[in-house]
Design a protein around this ligand. Structure first.
Ligand SMILES: [Zn+2]
Length: 84
């Protein structure tokens, strides 16, 4: 599912086409807390240090696996290519 999504980057806000994970799909829960020692980044939506790497999937059309990141504070999800 593709949808337009407004994303705030450090250098401004851009509207991008992003893959949105529908709520209540195959994912039964979203993480809501950081584990000790968990690597986390600043969330582009709520600004909390709570964006964590979550599920990994492979797109058949791409050689690069895609990592879904999720914010433990506001539950926004973001998909990024996973670096090797
Ligand atoms: Zn957030």
């Amino acid at each position: 599912m593709f949808a337009r999504k407004r994303t705030t980057y450090a250098d401004g806000t851009r509207e991008v086409y992003a893959t949105i994970t529908p709520v209540n799909s195959k994912i039964p829960w979203l993480p809501s807390e950081l584990h000790p020692g968990q690597r986390a980044e600043r969330c582009p939506r709520c600004g909390a240090i709570g964006l964590i790497p979550w599920t990994l999937r492979r797109d058949p059309k791409s050689v690069t696996p895609v990592r879904t990141w999720v914010c433990t504070q506001c539950q926004i999800t973001e998909e990024r290519p996973e670096p090797d």
